[in-house]
Each structure stands twice: as C-alpha cells, then as structure tokens.
Design a protein around this ligand. Structure first.
Ligand SMILES: C[S@@+](CC[C@H](N)C(=O)[O-])C[C@H]1O[C@@H](n2cnc3c(N)ncnc32)[C@H](O)[C@@H]1O
Length: 295
C-alpha cells in the first residue's frame, strides 16, 4: 500500500471487528515480524493522533486520503505499536482521575487501578490541613489528583528519578493550582520525623523473575521491579514511614495481586494498627492501609 491509495476508511475497515486485532490484509503491509497485536481502539487512537483528529472526526471524514507524511508517520508508529511499545508512550499522555497526564519513557504509565489509592486517601484524611507524602510519584498522578481534591493539603511528592520528577512537575503545573513540592529522594530519606498525616505510595513491586515483565519492556525497570519477591521497597517504605508519620497518621500502599497477606504481615511487624485490605475494581487484592498508633 502507498499513501496514494490509503483513506481513513481503508485503515478503519481493515481493523477487525471480530477479533479486535488488525486483519491479515492490513498487517500484510508490514513485512517485519512483530510480537504484539494492537487493539482496534489503540489503532484508531493512533490514526487520530497522526492526523491530529479525534475518533468522531475519523468516522465523519472516512474518505480523507492520508498525505505521504501522515501515512509514513502512521505506519512508523504502527510498527512501534506492534513491537509492543505502549500507545501512551507514542501519543505522550494517559488519563488518570479524569486528568490528562503527560508521560514519557522515564515514567510509569499511570494505571486505572491506582485510582483506588486516591479513593482510600480521601476516605482516610480528616478535616485538618493534611501533610501528604507521595513516595515514588512518577508522572505525578497520585500527588496531582490529591492536590485537585484537597487543595488545602501540603503535598510533598518524591522520586529518585530526576526525569520522572521533571515530568510530574510539568503535569502539576498544567493540571492543578496548588503545586505539590517535588523532592528528589531515596524513599523517605529526606523527610523529617513526625511530620506527615498521610504517606501514600505505589512502589515497584514486581518480582524480578515474573514472566509478565517481558510485556512491560518499555517502562522503566526501576519503576516496576523490587527484590525479595517484589516486597523489598514495600518493606522499606512501611518500616521507615512509622518514623515520619504523626501519631494516628495513615499510610496506604499499592501491591501486587498475590502480595496482600505479606503486606499485612509487614504492617503488623512494624507495629501499625487499624490495618485494612482493599481490592480494585477487577476484584484483585490491590492496596493496604494502616495507621500509626495514637501515642
Ligand atoms: C510503580 S512507579 C509509580 C509511579 C506513580 N506513583 C504511579 O502510580 O503511576 C514507582 C516509582 O517509584 C520510583 N522509585 C523507585 N525506587 C525508588 C526509590 N528508592 N526512591 C524513590 N523513588 C523510587 C520510580 O522511579 C517510579 O517513579
């Protein structure tokens, strides 16, 4: 296929309606062997991105013929998508908490299940002007969502990746009036004792030997993987949070679907109280909250 012959309709009609993947006729234009089968929706969004148009426009203007440049851009990105590159890294953004976050290959792509942490935080925070520490902020989704919901809060968002912090800062500047403070830190090493009402974190928690890691090859390993079967960073955060929390201060952590019992045990081991376990919308165990004792 050349650009002369490719309309929006050609592209859209070659997206399989049955299998949700590109059909043979269209994939045959890509000669190299690829591993991923992009979804129909991802292909539509990619075409819209290349034409700088929304999905509604694509449907209303399906006789539009792609220019050479548009076609070359689309096929190039399509090839990357079929190599397994996430659409979010191609288009450069991802929605979280109904906010449009910029992402890049230095940041984890925010996941919908992490919205659970924001939900729990809003339930646990009292009426005070809380001091909140978001550990491992990445592109900043948790910190920015909480700053939108609780503008009176003081939010400190940390990460050890300078590039991730730069991305988070840009997102905060675009998306919220009350700017979190962004601090480069190895977990809680820069945070004073007894200062926080809430510590919240979605840390790396994937076991280095987990076969699913292969599918996540484009995201930073340092955002995904932790030693000790994925529990090393969770343990460090839980242990060191006890010192930085005020009495009765709360902590919420995200974890892997099979780590909830181990995380509950860590909270018990480090003297936390009021330990509660949560599942995400897919009914997968996903988060645990706890409180430091009142005295
Ligand atoms: C799973 S990602 C979460 C990103 C973001 N909070 C989210 O939910 O999309 C974990 C983040 O922790 C950061 N991180 C990993 N090890 C760290 C450490 N020792 N100290 C501080 N941040 C760390 C990574 O750079 C990454 O941004």
């Amino acid at each position: 296929m050349t650009a002369d012959s490719v309309s929006v309709k050609d592209v859209l009609s070659n997206l399989s309606t049955n299998t949700d993947t590109f059909t043979e006729t269209f994939t045959a234009t890509f000669t190299d062997k690829k591993i991923a089968n992009p979804s129909r929706l991802d292909c539509q969004l990619l075409l819209g991105f290349c034409l700088n148009r929304g999905r509604a426009w694509l449907i209303a203007h399906d006789d539009y013929i792609l220019s050479d440049t548009e076609y070359a851009t689309f096929t190039g990105h399509m090839s990357a998508l079929r190599d397994g590159k996430p659409l979010q890294y191609i288009v450069g953004h991802q929605e979280f908490w109904s906010l449009d976050f910029q992402v890049n290959e230095s940041t984890l792509i925010p996941r919908p299940e992490t919205e659970l942490l924001v939900d729990i935080a809003l339930q646990l925070l009292g009426d005070c002007k809380p001091i909140i520490i978001d550990l491992g902020t990445g592109a900043g989704p948790i910190a920015v969502a909480l700053s939108k919901e609780r503008p009176e809060a003081t939010i400190i968002a940390t990460d050890f990746s300078f590039k991730a912090l730069r991305c988070a800062k840009t997102n905060a500047a675009r998306l919220t009036e009350q700017q979190p403070e962004f601090v480069q830190s190895n977990w809680l090493s820069c945070i004073a004792a007894n200062c926080a009402d809430l510590v919240i974190s979605n840390p790396p928690y994937i076991d280095p030997s987990d076969p699913h890691l292969q599918q996540l090859g484009y995201e930073p390993t340092t955002a995904l993987v932790a030693d000790c079967a994925g529990l090393a960073d969770l343990q460090e955060i839980i242990q060191s949070s006890y010192k930085v929390l005020k009495p009765n201060g709360a902590i919420i952590v995200e974890h892997g679907y099979d780590q909830q019992d181990a995380v509950v045990e860590l909270f018990k081991r480090f003297q936390f109280e009021d330990i509660r376990a949560f599942s995400d919308l897919s009914h997968q165990p996903r988060a645990v909250s706890a409180r430091k004792s009142v005295q």
